[in-house]
Structure formats: C-alpha cells, structure tokens
Design a protein around this ligand. Structure first.
Ligand SMILES: [Zn+2]
Length: 358
C-alpha cells in the first residue's frame, strides 16, 4: 500500500467515531478526499460524500460506514465511577479488564472494572457479565471530580490502535467499518488519478454514519444522492479459524480477495458486472451468499425510494466487534480497485433492471 494511503487508513481507524459521534472521523475523510474530489459534502445527519462528476444524471453511490461500536456514559455515581451502555453490538465478555479513552472535555484514560475472580459468587463465575455490571474507573474519588471532565452522553472507546502484523495482515479496533470508508475514498482516488470513468457518470464515495445502530446514515444519504446503482462495502466474517464451519456459514478466507455477495439483497446485473470486472482485472474474489436482507448499509441502499441496484462487497475479518479485529491489507486494496473497476463499467444508459441474460 502506498504510504499516503496507509497513513489515511491508520488515521481514520485510530480516530474514535462511535455511532452518533463521527465528527472527528468525518474530518479525516474530508481532508483526504478534498484534493482529488470535484466536491465534498457533509449533510445534516453527518454523512460525508466526496464526488466525481456530481452533476451527472447517472449516479453510482459507494458506501462504507465510518461509525464504530463504543460505549456511552449514562450514570456517574458518588464515587466517581462511570456506568455505560453499549453503542452497537457488544459481547459482554470483551470489555472486562480493558483500557479505554473517555472522550470528555479532554481525552480521559480509564479502565473497565469488574469484581475479581476471588470475589465472584459461584453462580456469577458461570455466567458472563452484563454490561451494566461493569463500570469505567478514571481514578476519580468523587462525582464532582469526575464531572469536571466527563458529562452524561460522553462516549468511550478502547485504547487500541492500528498495528501491522506479519505479512500483509493488520489488527485494529474499528476496522469495522472505517476500512470501508477508506476503500470508498481510495476507489474515488483511483478513478480521479487513473481515469476511465465515463464523463456522464457520477460517483459518490460516502462515509455513512450510524450503521451500527440500524443502517441510519445510509438511509438519509441514499435519499439525497438518489443514485441508480450503488456498492456497499463492509467487513465480512472470516470463516477460516477453529470453531467456524464452512458447511454452516460458507467459506471465507482472510487474504483470498474481497467477497462479493449474491442473493436478494444484491442486484443480479450489478453482481455480474462486478464479477466480470474482477475477472477482467485479475482481482481475486470470493462469493458470499446471503439468503435475505443483510445487516449492511446495502440493505438500506437497496430499499431507497423506488429501489437502488446494489452490490455488496466485503473484506474478510476475524474477531469482529472486538478490539483485535484482523484483516489483510491486500484484500482492502483489492476491494478499492474492484470498486473503481465497477464504476468504469457503468454507462449513462446501463439498464440495471433484473432480467434473464444468456
Ligand atoms: Zn459492525
């Protein structure tokens, strides 16, 4: 990956952006895309899109959500301990013992505490904790001391940053799905720098908000952009480690190329165009099957207005919604190339109506 791109990936992943609090990540996305986009827009919901040929009649929307899961403070007790709710889907076994940043008046370090093993009742040892049994301890000794820095509604994220691993693999908190915002921005950069986009086709690379709490930003941005076709990109569960079975979930390997979803949530013409693009450009890909609507922004996009012709791309990721999400950077790069290749194949008169083709 070229160094400037890697810096951008690192910056957007490391920037905290729990759902509803995406402003900082939005600024990282704007700064990166401004030099090569024809326009950069932020809407009232917080979605940001960078566009090429924004005036074109035929429009393609590329979406990668920039929110991440996190915690929100809902109570501060007399001792200055912070009680929190989860933003997005958490496995309650994960937070115990983690360091966090509380994003208050300034970035405040804290730890997530729980009674130690010695003090747990027999029955408590057997079950996993509830999030409401946990708290954040910032070292304050009173509510007043905590409230000097932290207010109700402030959010917290794990103190974990981007870390390259062996080979082309890396781990971070929030790859889900800031690597998706990275990919849509990179796809737009490739189109801008390498060309090949029809002058009468517009491309909108959208960093959507609030996906983790119900695909909310995709809904509003899809309506405004009103594209005929779109590609969503999100992380996808790698099925390549002990305990997960391809016979149950389908096979998906880290490092074997972006996934391309087939099923009702995707338009068959778009699926075929993306598949042909991958084959012609020599980009490896894996087919992922979804029998119904998916949990991605692609679901909201497809149901926009009278319907959008949607394709769903994924990057295989291990340990989703934990502080140690793991993926292949080559998959990420290939996914951006594939998105750009799809956009180059869209014409002002492309007909996305599902029909039988030979
Ligand atoms: Zn997620």
């Amino acid at each position: 990956m070229r160094p400037e791109s890697l810096d951008f990936l690192r910056a957007i992943v490391d920037t905290p952006s729990p759902s509803g609090y995406e402003e900082r990540a939005a600024e990282v996305f704007r700064q990166y895309t401004r030099p090569f986009a024809d326009s950069v827009v932020t809407d009232v919901h917080g979605n940001v899109w960078a566009a090429l040929h924004p005036e074109a009649e035929m429009r393609v929307m590329l979406a990668g959500h920039m929110d991440e899961i996190g915690f929100i403070i809902h109570h501060i007790d007399d001792k200055g301990l912070l009680y929190f709710s989860g933003i997005g889907g958490h496995d309650s076994t994960i937070p115990v013992g983690q360091r966090v940043w509380v994003h208050g008046k300034r970035r405040v370090p804290g730890v997530i505490g729980r009674k130690p093993i010695h003090l747990l009742e027999e029955e408590e040892r057997k079950r996993k904790p509830n999030l409401h049994d946990l708290w954040i301890d910032i070292g304050a000794t009173s509510r007043a001391e905590a409230e000097e820095l932290v207010s109700l509604g402030d959010v917290a994220t794990y103190q974990v940053e981007f870390q390259p691993l062996l080979g082309d693999r890396a781990t971070a908190r929030g790859f889900d799905n800031k690597m998706g915002s990275f990919i849509v921005a990179e796809a737009l950069r490739l189109l801008s720098e390498q060309g090949g986009l029809d002058p009468n086709v517009g491309v909108f690379a959208v960093a959507t908000v609030q996906e983790e709490i119900g695909l909310r930003g995709a809904r509003t941005s899809s309506f405004t952009i009103n594209a005929q076709s779109g590609l969503c990109v999100d992380v996808n569960h790698a099925i390549d480690y002990p305990g997960v079975s391809p016979s149950r979930y389908g096979k998906l390997d880290v490092g074997a190329g972006p996934s391309l979803t087939r099923g009702a949530n995707t338009n068959p013409i778009v699926f075929r165009m993306v598949q042909e693009a991958a084959q012609e450009e020599g980009i490896p890909y894996q087919v992922d099957v979804a029998p119904g609507g998916t949990g991605t922004d692609g679901n909201a996009m497809q149901l926009n207005r009278g319907g959008m012709a949607v394709g769903i791309l994924g990057v295989a990721l291990r340990y989703m919604h934990t502080p140690c999400e793991l993926l292949s950077l080559t998959d990420v790069e290939n996914c951006a190339k594939l998105m750009a290749a799809y956009c180059r194949r869209v014409r002002p008169d492309t007909d996305f109506t599902p029909r039988l083709l030979d």
